[in-house]
Design a protein around this ligand. Structure first.
Ligand code: GUN
Length: 295
């Protein structure tokens, strides 16, 4: 079987067009959703993510407040900026790009964000709401994965899902979302990680394999059953002298071999990646509607 490629770029473009139309309607009511983006330091990958987030905001008609701070920014300065954004009525979402430089206390900063503006879904109030199935903000990458599956017609109810990776940003929240008793859940979920004894014995049983380990070739063709759905959340730079930048991006899945066996597969780039920013825009619009009392 040759897999159908799940086109994350196209699905993201469709959702962004829906959001853009919604933002235009909100503007007629005098509501302009606003996102504060905070980046500390010079990490090139973080800089390009943040630039992409701001560009996506502009395209959707969302106001974005760009805050790029030097590497040696103090905890006090950063906390003061978060406080200012918490109070700023133009701002519906606050995004602090992670990782922060080592001298800063990441948890203290994330906890300081008003949960009602926590469009990343990282604040413990929103994590708790997600776990018990209450409305808060869902984290963008795992929510994007679920949207890709639903919009590709993949049935989640009763599906055996194996997640490879237990990070706070992807693996753990994804497992929580997929076991919820609702339309985005009802799956049976196994979470595998670096201490799992026999990874292949788990992935081979799976109807849906989600790779979020952060290591190339973690999922190979012999590890999946015929017709499985394979979602690749990995983004890894591998050296490639034929590329201008000297590297290329690969996921966690051996794409070329696995696509001959799977029923659906996401590419890297162009799979999950474009969905993360899309769900950030979605959360920001949702936050603006809640602030205006219309959601
Ligand atoms: N760094 C890597 N992924 C993310 C994300 O989804 N949100 C934030 N704030 N930082 C990140």
């Amino acid at each position: 079987m040759t897999a159908k490629i799940i086109d994350g770029k196209q699905i993201a473009a469709d959702m962004r067009a829906e959001l853009k139309a919604e933002v235009a309607k909100l503007k007629d009511k005098g509501i302009v959703p606003g996102l504060a983006v905070i980046l500390v330091g010079e990490d090139p990958a973080s800089q390009s993510y943040v630039t992409a987030k701001e560009k996506a905001c502009a395209e959707a008609g969302i106001y974005s407040d760009d805050n790029r701070l030097p590497e040696d920014t103090t905890q006090e300065k950063l906390m003061a900026l978060v406080e200012r954004m918490n109070k700023d009525a133009r701002i519906n979402g606050i995004l602090v790009q992670l990782p922060l430089p080592g001298h800063l206390n990441e948890w203290e900063v994330l906890f300081a964000i008003d949960p009602a503006k926590d469009v990343d879904g990282f604040h413990p109030v929103n994590v708790g709401k997600m776990v018990v199935g209450e409305k808060g903000f869902l984290p963008c990458t795992p929510h994007g994965v679920i949207q890709l599956l639903i919009r590709s017609g993949v049935k989640l109810e009763g599906a055996e899902v194996v997640i490879v990776g237990r990070s706070n940003i992807v693996g753990k929240p994804l497992a929580n979302m997929l076991i919820q008793k609702n339309k985005k859940g009802n799956a049976t979920v196994t979470v595998c990680h670096t201490r799992t004894k026999d990874l292949a014995s788990h992935t081979r049983r799976a109807d849906i394999v989600i790779a979020a380990a952060g290591r190339p070739n973690t999922v190979t063709a012999d590890m999946i059953k015929d017709g499985a759905v394979v979602i690749d959340v990995g983004v890894n730079r591998v050296e490639d002298a034929t590329k201008k930048k000297g590297y290329r991006l690969v996921g966690d899945v051996d794409f070329e071999a696995v696509k001959e066996k799977a029923s659906f597969i996401t590419p890297v780039p162009g799979g999950v990646g474009p969905m993360t920013i899309t769900m950030l825009l979605y959360n920001t619009v949702e936050s603006a509607k809640r602030a205006a009392g219309i959601a």
